[in-house]
Write a protein that binds this ligand. Structure first.
Ligand code: LLP
Length: 416
């Protein structure tokens, strides 16, 4: 459920007409709904209420300060993968003590920064990284809280680019070596063992792979206990899918309660979630205007002002996202490829979409709140677009559209 609905044939974001947003802020622009973000966050926390838990929103999905701030105000933690993401969390008013640090290549500098801020946990991806974290912490006279990311070798049955829990992926430590890595971690001076984590992929539409991974990891927790290594939290990563088309992913509350049910023997364990997409995707849309309609060899193109640099998912993953008219026309629809201005054949937002269109019409690409703006770029020297957040009856500009001057700010010509 989200808060993008039609009223009198006009698309609204909560209480604001999308047409009005486009008039005020221009196109293309991303529009987010605060109420939808909050609803999705609460779907997790409500379902987990019976278990000690922490939702650590995956910042990479949408890292705008206003988005982070809305979640921080609800008490959310954050899953970060870089110093930049951690700096954003702090700037947004997030609590570093609720931050988990994922990622395969944390630099010594990033580790130091995170230790100085006092984050909750480093999710460790390799033995070499464990050594590095221990060294940096020792230099600072601290012990670093860690969790080992185990790779449970589970097929998440999702797109290969976003599947991470198979043994051929670069992520985590093979599950059969986990116990010995923990034993080694226990001997390192700068390390304090806090948790265990996994993340098997993104856009999962079934709960079974999560449960299979969970069972494998619970067995490791039991084994570690016999070795006097006590795991305080279990981080199940993110990855819960959303409905872009006809997918029927479990509702967050059903997913959470099925995981919680397996923890009856582990009542002390804190359960950590790292959802990104499930919180942000359907809380955002991308508004774009039709610049031209064109026919080539009998094929209809709607050329719009947003391109693959603004929303990369269709080009990169052949991802399907719904495209709807902001003010639908009653005429007979035709089949259009919705393509952008970028000089690449792969620059499209959608193919074969049945729409009734005229030049100047506004379109909304749905489910664009996650991995939309955060994956955008300046390719073709296109300024990145504005981001707007609607809160009830008010639209706030939460990121200004970049200017042409912004494009080459920081660049220098060679001296004469
Ligand atoms: N935790 C870790 C360690 C992750 O690597 C990710 C996502 C998440 C949490 C959040 O996963 P989510 O709940 O959003 O599925 N750009 C791709 C998705 C890449 C996901 C990368 N890791 C896309 O647009 O589909």
């Amino acid at each position: 459920m989200d808060h993008f609905n039609y009223r009198d044939n006009q698309l609204f974001a909560e209480g604001v007409s999308v047409q009005d947003i486009a008039t005020q802020f221009g196109t293309p622009c991303y529009v987010y709904s605060r109420a939808t973000l909050e609803r999705h966050y609460h779907a997790f926390t409500d379902a987990a209420a019976g278990q000690h838990h922490l939702v650590c929103y995956a910042v990479k999905a949408n890292s705008n300060l206003a988005v982070l701030n809305v979640l921080a105000r609800l008490g959310s933690g954050f899953d970060i993968v870089s110093q930049g993401e951690l700096a954003r969390v702090v700037a947004a008013g997030g609590d570093p003590r609720k931050v988990v640090f994922s990622g395969v290549a944390k630099t010594a500098h990033e580790i130091r920064y995170a230790l100085e801020l006092g984050i909750k946990c480093f999710n460790v991806e390799s033995e070499a990284e464990l050594e590095r974290i221990s060294d940096v912490a020792t230099e600072l006279g601290q012990t670093a809280p860690i969790s080992i990311r185990v790779n449970p070798d589970i097929d998440a049955k999702t797109h290969p680019y976003i599947s991470t829990g198979l043994k051929e992926n670069k992520f985590g430590i093979e599950i059969h070596r986990a116990v010995s890595v923990y034993q080694h971690a226990a001997t390192l001076p700068g390390i304090s063992i806090e948790g265990i984590d996994f993340h098997i992929g993104s856009q999962l539409t079934e709960v079974e792979p999560f449960l299979a991974a969970l069972d494998k990891v619970l067995a490791i927790i039991k084994q570690l206990k016999t070795l006097n290594i006590h795991i305080k939290h279990l981080d199940v990563g993110g990855g819960l899918g959303v409905a872009y088309l006809a997918e029927e992913p479990p509702h967050p509350s059903s997913y959470v309660s099925q995981l919680v049910e397996r923890l009856s023997e582990f009542s002390d364990l804190e359960l950590v979630f790292e959802p990104g997409r499930a919180i942000a995707a359907n809380a955002g849309i991308l508004i774009t205007q039709v610049e031209f309609l064109k026919q080539n060899q009998g094929k209809n193109f709607a050329i719009v002002d947003a391109g693959m640099n603004d929303l990369l998912r269709p080009s990169l993953y052949q991802a399907w996202q719904n495209i709807i008219a902001v003010s639908p026309r009653s005429g007979t629809p035709s089949s259009y490829d919705i393509v952008g201005p970028v000089c690449e054949t792969g620059d499209f937002l959608g193919k074969d979409r049945e729409l009734s269109l005229q030049q100047g019409d506004l379109l909304a690409v749905r489910s664009a709140g996650a991995y939309g703006f955060s994956m955008s770029s300046n390719y073709n020297s296109r300024p990145r677009v504005a981001e707007i957040m609607v809160d009830g009856a008010t639209a706030h500009e939460i990121r200004k559209r970049e200017t042409i001057a912004d494009l080459y700010q920081g660049e220098n010509k060679l001296p004469n």
